[in-house]
Ligand binder design. Sequence first.
Ligand code: AMP
Ligand code: MG
Length: 492
Amino acid sequence: MPNIDSGLQIDSSYANALEGMYVSFKGDLAPKPQLVKLNRALADELGLAVDKLEEAQLAALLSGGNVPLGGAPLAQAYAGHQFGGFSPQLGDGRALLLAEVIDKKSARRDIHLKGSGRTIFSRGGDGKAVLGPVLREYLLAEAMHSLGVPTTRALAVVSTGETIMRTQPLPGAVLARVAKSHIRVGSFQFLAARGNTKKLTALAEYTLARHFPNIQDTANRYLKLLTQVCERQAFLVAKWMSVGFVHGVMNTDNITISGETIDYGPCAFLDVFDPSIAFSSIDTQRRYAYAKQPSMALWGLTRFAETLLPLIDQDETRAVELVTVVLNDFEAAYQRQWLICMRAKLGLQTAQSDDVTLINKLLTLMVEDEVDFTHLFRALSGLLVDNETALNLFKNKAAFQQWQLLWLERLADEPIAIDERSLLMRNVNPMYIPRNHLVEEVISAAEQEGDFKPFEKLLEVLDKPFTKREGLSRFAQAAPESFGDYATFCGT
Ligand code: AMP
Ligand code: MG
């Protein structure tokens, strides 16, 4: 098949500016590529000429077997701390930057393929992905987007017709995802580990131009870069915490500079509120547990700061002093963002100094009584008209009622009417999240019976997470007892 005229406006700024940080590569030719899901709205935003292309062309393009006209796919190099240990060379071992495009709103975005075959960065891996985890990433990324959390997006799923060996033979698939960029903390670490300050400066300049143009030409811009990256991560992690999301593998190669959530491997949403929960089957130390996400983000940002030291000041002691001031602000920045989210969840538009105590008291009761995180906040949104639903979630009813009195007292200081507040709360406290049992159910229908209808239905439900609709009550319910404890796996 000749190169496909995809309609995309392709630019190659990364390749042009950062030679040495990638290798040109083409994806594998899948034996029987089939487009099983296309995100038409996103394709349209990108300018992908869906209606002019045949499905076979789309499948070939979005699985890496064909190159878009004007494109030059590449595998990016990066390093990273994985569970605390440093690997100086990771890189796209099963992924490709298919094309960097200028979308219809003139925004620069990466179209990336996951599962497109081996590259020079594959180490022992097969370069492949399997259908289940690909569908999982699709669902979770799109759900996060609808929940208002910054994230990479899911563009398409192509089944490849291959059988991939994991613990058992599984159907192969490729995920096409879209990101503001794939520059990570690990990208900077790759150059810092090689002492390549010249290229590091080029990467920092490129990053400034692409993501932070407002500080591009200012004094101390590398220090400001650190500040802004910290602010974006503070915002991102606060959002995660406020919807009960556990990323599961916050290694530095999975922390983006743009502030988008990336790499939906072993992630999951909490049901019962348990801050110590970590879903990843290999995270035996619970390094990336729910409650540790803010401190783990700071840990990763500290690794980022280390890479910038030679750019910030030639005097290393002075550079360390400067970045330390910025890093020391992270906790407060995170706390500010978290309070904004949590106040909104409780219907508070104004700020009072005791709010943090009020919020934490509620969270403590939720832990003690193993309350479903999403159910409770949604129930609170309607509490003023329906007293029972929230109360019924607690075993210690008296303790909750005591808290409720404090909350009502606090709400009395708020300027807005009850029904208006209830509406605002329902717009931040979702009814539908990608509950683990639902995700597993639709994956298993697709994997085992080739039935994608349940996947489509769940996607449709999650597209409007805040809007209660008739006939969807089962999508809002907790997992049945029989579902048991949940573990997720990376690198699948
Ligand atoms: P991840 O855990 O997905 O963030 O990946 C960590 C590193 O392992 C990255 O360099 C990936 O490209 C690489 N990797 C993960 N799975 C595979 C695979 N099946 N084949 C080759 N490389 C892989
Ligand atoms: Mg990764």
